[in-house]
Design a protein around this ligand. Sequence first.
Ligand code: BG6
Length: 481
Amino acid sequence: MAEPASPIEYLVIFGATGDLAARMLVPSLYFLDLDGLLPLNLKVIGSARTAMDREAYVQRVRLSLEGRSEGLDAGVWSRFSARLDYCQADVTQGHGLADLAVRLGTAPTIYYLALSPSHYGAACAGLDAAGLACGDCRIVLEKPLGHDLASSRAINAQVAQSFEESRVFRVDHYLGKETVQNLVALRFANTLFEPLWNNLAIDHVQITVSETDGVGERWGYYDEYGALRDMVQNHMLQLLCLVAMEPPADSGADSVRDEKVKVLKSLRPFTAEYAQQMSVRGQYRGGVAAGKAVPSYAEEKGGTSDTETFVALRADIDNWRWAGVPFYLRTGKRLPERRTQIAIQFKALPHSIFGAKARDDLIANRLVIDLQPDEDISLLLMNRRPGLIGTRLKALPLSLSLDDGGRRRIAYERLLHDVLANSPALFVRRDEVELAWAWIDGVAAAWRELAMTPKPYAAGSWGPSGAFALLERSGREWLDE
Ligand code: BG6
């Protein structure tokens, strides 16, 4: 259980002029205020290297909120804007922190590092040197934490010099998504699934995170990482853990994270031989996406690159529950649709009593959890087609839509709410991050050994042909085919 802590008085966002702050953090805080979920006296201080006074910062925030489709409520804005302040500082160099220290005093504060992770060590040291890493203060870090296990360990060690683990909140924004939380409820608030949630009943699992956008202006960052490190190391392994973990004793932060750690420890390490068969790297060429001509990754980058914008692989979890059940993970940019989906494919019937014709209609049961753009859960069940002669069968989904017509929350709303409440369950513990990197390092090393370069795929397609072969080899197929 988290220790009861003093109420937070300040939230300081370093990197306040950046994209994450403008698109996610500030709107999330505004919506929390709208719902009456921000502590009454909380002040929000934006901080960046840019010289700006409070009025200019408030105006900047106002413009970014007005640009959103939800519009700005005058009453909420008046309350929210009164919380805002600005402090020019370079936290990585320690510049401007003396001024911040005067404003904050010893008040319990959250520091949100909306900065490149390469600056986390210096930022924590800067805060510490300025006397700002006080006992009630918390620090929030974004992914990617490092580029591999060694660099991740180095960042975590630097942060740990100033903030002990219980005060470090590592964000994986997928854990803030409503449907991701609902996956935990679905598994552990129903008796129905648990007896079937294993290799006796489940044939395989597919996890797809497909995006239609290209890398665009982000290639400076992306080219260093690629889809494996940008998406699989964090979001996709977190989804895999929530599907695969054993039932925790309770929903407390460490109970759940302990179970996720056990899954990560059971992931079968990749070898070159395995990677050759069980993984695919791709990079998009130009093509047509959403009816528009789009450039290739190399054209966006302005040069050739060996970075993958698509990855598909088979992960195996070597434990009692999941032995022999492949988890197929697939993610990429410039795919035909935006979709985040987990599909649990149950095994085929051992024997059909319905005769040859009906046998052709039979489809094995499947539980599909759509996380975005739609939020719903459907269970594919076989039914009898109405009629007098013979038996023909038809698969029909039993669907639950989670859309209640209300505003779709930004994942960061829940995460900011939880860090304010000192509730770390939805944040990633140090051992989780490091185990995930250890496995990813194995995949990357296997690719290096094989000199496996990304295969081209047309923008708007489902990736290189190898991605289909990956499943076909074992008589399976991706669900969109
Ligand atoms: C980020 C990745 O973590 O997640 C991006 O860096 C990716 O490359 C994004 O586009 C996807 O997030 P969401 O919430 O839009 O699915």
